[in-house]
Design a protein around this ligand. Structure first.
Ligand SMILES: [Zn+2]
Length: 76
């Protein structure tokens, strides 16, 4: 008897690096944080607004991608 296994290739969601083209939705500065909402929407924030909205936008299903550490690194 042969068992056929359906192998699904899971497309792993790799965090996509934020670039200089990504802009904060609040002020237009370069974005260092991205929130993927449970609803599927996406928001971009600079470090300042990311920290400001973090509490409000932290919830089940909301995924934060935070690159603000790059700000203190000195090098882009
Ligand atoms: Zn901002």
């Amino acid at each position: 008897m042969t068992t056929v296994e359906a192998t699904e290739t899971a497309n792993e969601d790799r965090p996509q690096t934020l670039t200089a083209f990504d802009r904060c939705d609040s002020c237009g500065a370069q974005a260092y944080m991205r929130v993927t909402m449970a609803s599927g929407g996406e928001l971009l924030f600079c470090a300042h607004h990311g920290n400001k909205h973090r509490e409000k936008l932290t919830g089940p299903g909301n995924v934060w991608y935070d690159e603000s550490y790059r700000l203190s690194g000195g090098q882009g």
